[in-house]
Write a protein that binds this ligand. Structure first.
Ligand code: 26Q
Length: 862
């Protein structure tokens, strides 16, 4: 290896330039200083700076310095990008100041810490959230105004950080907000994808994907931390050797190494001085050349081979159900797991040396689905191979620090990796997994002697012609806690998918119903409503959302209801303007806004919604419009690029929308829009402008849902099935304020045995009309047969989503919705009661439960 690195703890410190000896010396010194600090013996060469001012003038001054000097712009610069960057740098300083204090407080209190491991953090925009949580909205607004800038316009210059697919990734982001707000020492570990979630365009009604190079203009929020770079191994083989004290040890040799370079993003709590960290890893090539090639004169080739290493963090996989068997995905998973664990252990060793006796007491790792689950085996490897712990000692630590959250009930979405691929990419980890499995299977055999079938079902390795590693089994076996994300979901897990494991270890299983952060999803996304609520019940709801129940006493107050309705009206106008800007369609904001936004998936049943739309169209055509409630039906969501059926569903929605919107006789009753490029920022406008929230998945399929909670919090009414968190939403708000329809999970399972959709169609005249419109090609007149796959799936007795079975019940529920909307006073009251009952769905509550039941940390005041 070239002289460009040195050992620091057990991690390798790395420099970008091989030549810069000076730089290396400088960083060495920094790290020495750091180490001494950790030994509570700070070297005070760096005096503490006075706190940065938080008023409009201080902010204005710093902004101008960043704009003119750091960014080098002047009054002729017209691009808001630089205004945005200068403002972010101004705020980042204030966040860094608090982040340091928070780190010191954690260090001094010797507290237990939790690490949230996730392949996705769907952060969206961070500017207004940071300003809001720092409590300086008015001061920043004023400072900007004095500079001739409008804060809202500056905010618009920020790209969404789209480092996630949907629910699971956004949940991770909401969790970080709540952890910081609750002053819990939680650090997020994720991947700094160069390309986040693709941008979606619609061309001729079809989804077109465009890469999202969100880092192209730089990311002023992040702080590179090259001094914490570590090395991640791939390939190679295991070698056994005898140590000085005569023990047989394993080492992983002949590996291809990749560097993991961390970038930190500050996560401010709301109004409490705490700033936690989200650490995102970026891959980089080592400077080790293939010397053979190098000497053979293939200098460019040997440099070019660095490419593969740098590719690991290039792109987010855009699937929200698993896409099995891709090597690059497994590389990403191991890269995240290994770098994060090395980081944590390196920090531990700096303080405790090689004494791991208290490690389990002081650390916890929450795995966001099975995606980072290879961390279990990696922790074993690091403890045994690098720190020489015995198997039993390493295992005792591992099974006490790992915890796993499941986010899906779909069996096809459970991750499995071909053993062959594992063998090639991570041979040492496969050995460890085999050994964990051997111990585990013999435990099963002791418990259920002779039950070979059970051993086969539960084994971490699925044996067969091709063998697989079952990541969910690995996660359960290695974790002390396994949780689902809504009550029904957890029950179905313990009764179905994970039943064997539940029988073996009932004490491991628990439920943690999801939530959303009220800072982003109510206070910031709906400032008008936030102000009204605060006026009536004070601002305690921002950190204690259960206080919203105090709104119930105003549900009959005429004046309050009027203001509630006015605010909804304003928000609908804002949403209509957003739709106009993106789709050039005019929407009358007095009609009912009926919205379904989420990933496009068959189980989420956007098809059921569009069948209802076609039914409404058919009614208008037939003149059946007495007492009509005009509607604007809005769809949004991305399809995984390889999911053909989901893409056809988008096409159908667009074709139906075109027929309806182009017919003036129809569109005074009904308009339909598919909003392209649904994302966090779009939801911030959509949630507050929605009257009716569509949560219509086949019962037993949606683990929880979180969009349902954002809508409820903003006063939308829900039409929904008894699925995921809908059940808990309905319990909270009462059946009279919720439009329930459809089969239960049990009824779905029962009907599956002899499901005859064609008989249902024949017996239902409305449905027959709808199907006739579809099959006659009414919505694809010049696009022969393009919807055949949809028709086949709907009418197949094997349709897993059973859309036809719920049609009648859905249409009837929609009739109740339409009637309720006629009575605006009643509707408003129901809307208020929805917001007032949404207190449970704050991630503050969710995170408190994670902490009380799983993490068991104490808050650390800063
Ligand atoms: C797996 C392997 C390879 C490539 C991609 C994936 C992958 C990526 C993302 C698999 C699944 C996801 C995301 C799943 C997800 O978002 N699930 C949702 O999680 C929410 C938070 O708990 C729930 O509210 C939703 O019900 C659930 O669908």
């Amino acid at each position: 290896m070239f002289l460009n690195s040195f050992e620091h703890g057990n991690s390798l410190v790395f420099f970008k330039t091989t030549s810069s000896w000076l730089a290396m010396e400088k960083i060495k010194k920094t790290i020495l200083w750091d180490t001494k600090l950790k030994q509570s013996n700070p070297v005070s060469t760096l005096t503490e700076l006075p706190p940065l001012g938080m008023n409009a003038n201080n902010i204005k001054e710093d902004y101008r310095r960043y704009f003119s000097y750091t960014l080098g712009r002047d009054k002729y610069c017209r691009s808001l990008h630089y205004s945005y960057s200068a403002l972010v740098l101004t705020l980042r300083d204030r966040l860094l100041e608090r982040s340091k204090k928070t780190r010191y407080a954690y260090h001094e209190s010797k507290c237990k810490r939790t690490y949230y491991l996730s392949l996705e953090f769907l952060m969206g925009r961070m500017l207004s959230n940071a300003i809001f949580n720092l409590g300086i909205t008015d001061e920043v607004f004023k400072g900007m105004q004095e500079l001739g800038l409008i804060l809202e316009e500056v905010s618009e210059a920020e790209h969404d950080a789209g480092l996630g697919n949907g629910g699971l990734g956004r949940l991770a982001a909401c969790f970080l907000d709540s952890c910081a707000t609750l002053q819990l020492p939680v650090m997020g570990y994720g991947i700094r994808y160069e390309y986040g979630m693709f941008r979606q365009y619609i061309e001729n009604g079809e989804q077109v994907e465009e890469p999202d190079h969100w880092l192209r203009d730089g990311n002023p929020w992040e702080l590179e931390r090259p001094e914490y770079t570590c090395r991640v191994h791939f390939g190679g083989r295991t070698e056994f050797y005898r140590s000085d004290d005569g023990r047989m040890l394993a080492r992983w040799v002949d590996t291809h190494d990749v560097l993991a370079v961390p970038y930190d993003i500050a996560i401010p709590g709301y109004g409490n001085g705490t700033v936690n960290t989200l650490r995102l890893w970026s891959s980089a090539a080592t400077d080790e050349f293939d010397l053979g090639e190098f000497h053979a004169g293939s200098y460019p080739e040997s440099i070019a081979s660095k490419n593969a290493a740098e590719c690991i963090t290039m792109v987010l996989y855009p699937n929200d159900a698993s896409e099995n068997g891709k090597v690059l995905r497994l590389k990403q998973q191991y890269f995240l797991a290994s770098a994060s664990l090395q980081d944590v252990i390196c920090h531990w060793v700096q303080i405790h040396g090689n004494d791991f006796s208290k490690f389990a007491e002081k650390n916890c790792f929450q795995m966001n689905d099975t995606h980072p689950t290879i961390a279990t085996a990696e922790l074993m490897r690091l403890l045994m191979d690098e720190y020489r712990l015995e198997w039993d000692a390493a295992w005792n630590i591992t099974r006490h620090v790992m915890s796993y959250t499941n986010h899906t009930l779909l069996p096809e979405a459970l991750e499995k990796w071909p053993v062959r691929m594992f063998q090639e990419l991570l041979p040492r980890l496969l050995e460890i997994i085999y050994e964990i499995n051997a111990h585990f299977v013999s435990e099963v055999a002791r418990r259920w002697p002779g039950d070979i079938e059970r051993q086969r079902r539960m084994s971490i390795i699925e044996d067969g012609h091709d063998s697989y590693v079952r990541m969910a089994h690995l996660a359960i076996v290695c974790s002390f806690s396994v949780n689902g994300v809504a009550a029904l979901h957890t029950r179905l897990l313990t009764e179905g998918l994970f039943r064997d494991f539940y029988e073996m270890w009932p004490e491991k299983f628990n439920n943690k119903t999801n939530g959303v952060t009220p800072r982003r999803w109510l206070a910031s996304a709906n400032p008008g409503l936030g102000r009204l609520i605060t006026e009536k019940i004070g601002n305690g709801w921002i950190t204690d959302l259960s206080q919203l129940h105090l709104l119930k006493e105003f549900a009959d107050d005429k004046e309050f209801c009027l203001r509630w309705r006015e605010i909804k009206q304003q928000n609908k106008k804002r949403l209509a303007a957003f739709v106009k800007a993106d789709c050039d369609i005019d929407i009358d904001s007095s009609v009912m806004f009926d919205v379904q936004v989420k990933r496009i998936h068959e189980y989420k049943r956007q098809l059921l919604n569009i069948l209802h739309v076609i039914h409404l169209y058919d009614r208008v055509k037939r003149g059946d419009v007495a007492n009509w409630t005009p509607r604007f039906v809005l769809f949004g969501g991305k399809a995984a690029p390889g999911y053909a059926m989901a893409k056809t569903i988008i096409k159908l929605i667009n074709n139906v929308a075109d027929v309806i919107n182009d017919d003036p006789k129809i569109n005074e009753f009904l308009k339909v829009v598919f909003l392209p490029n649904y994302r966090v920022t779009a939801m911030e406008i959509i949630a507050s402008g929605t009257d009716l929230s569509e949560q219509i998945s086949t019962a037993g399929k949606e683990a929880s849902g979180t969009g349902n909670m954002k809508f409820m919090m903003n006063g939308a009414l829900t039409i929904g099935t008894l699925d995921g968190a809908n059940i808990e939403i309905r319990e909270a708000v009462g059946d009279e304020n919720f439009f329930l329809f459809g089969m239960t999970a049990e009824e779905v399972a029962e009907l599956r045995k002899n499901y005859d959709p064609n008989a249902i169609i024949r017996a239902d005249e409305d449905l027959l009309h709808v199907m006739q419109l579809l099959t006659s090609g009414h919505f694809n007149q010049f696009e022969y047969k393009i919807f055949d796959a949809i028709i086949r799936s709907l009418t197949s007795p094997g349709d897993p989503w059973m859309t036809i079975a719920d049609f009648r019940s859905y249409v009837n529920a929609q009739k109740r919705v339409a009637e309720a909307y006629h009575d605006q006073e009643k509707w408003t009251k129901m809307s208020i009661l929805n917001t007032a009952s949404s207190g449970k769905f704050s991630t503050d509550r969710t995170i408190s439960e994670y902490n009380n039941d799983i993490w068991k940390m104490s808050p650390v005041p800063v």
